[in-house]
Design a protein. Sequence first.
Length: 288
Amino acid sequence: MELPDIFERKEVRESIRLALVEDLGDVGVDVTSESLVSPEAQAEAHLVAREDCVIAGVAVAKEVFLQVNSSLAIETCVADGTSVVKGTTVLIIRGSAKSILTGERTALNFMQRMCGVATITARYVKAAGNPDVDILCTRKTTPLLRPFEKYSVRCGGGVNHRYGLFDAVLIKDNHLASWEKTHGIGVGEAVAAARAKYPRLKIEVEVDTIDQLKEALETKPDWVLLDNMPPPVLRECVALCKGICKTEASGGINLNTVHDIAQTGVDALSVGALTHSVPSIDLALDFI
């Protein structure tokens, strides 16, 4: 599995720094470790999965510890995107015991969330049972954690949709309601207007009915989002879109429905649940 470099986004290291500041406060001190752990004390700690999961965030956890103390020695035992069983050692950290304790919770907080996203994504990919269909994440991410969560989707075998509001046009129902109220014309003209304004960006439009889809297709969007449609209707829409644009199914997609929807011929399924309601994976840091 080829994964992007999570640190390509400059905000990632800064987010890690701010997470440490959040934990250490304005004084920048771990008062418990300062009270009880000698500055000379050395330790070896193993970051361990306490349940079966897909790993994501190894480099993030490593960066946490290195921001605390750049002299810590960190050994990566498992790569991101790897499925592991309970008891697997993911990272080994050696060096200052005080520094390891200071970074422990922040590193675990990031990785537990990231592994949770990767693990649920992998379940959706498996349940879909169709390698030709992309499982997409959405913008339903935790504020300020978007780069971490979107990267984790990739670790689970999913695909990132647009990153935010700036890198692709997605005309949804509320956009259309505002457009039609202001201009008195429909979805096809809305696609054309977006194309004229941002000719270099992908243009996607949400449709709820076959009639609305037919109107949208007249102006050839790059994608159509087929919202809350049952499989028979999705198949009909896919046939209409063939040779014109790509298709994305959205709405009502869960682990019980994803397989049937993935067999309709759509190019992609978007699933907000990959990021908006994911339980964290149980990880631990054990001193050896």
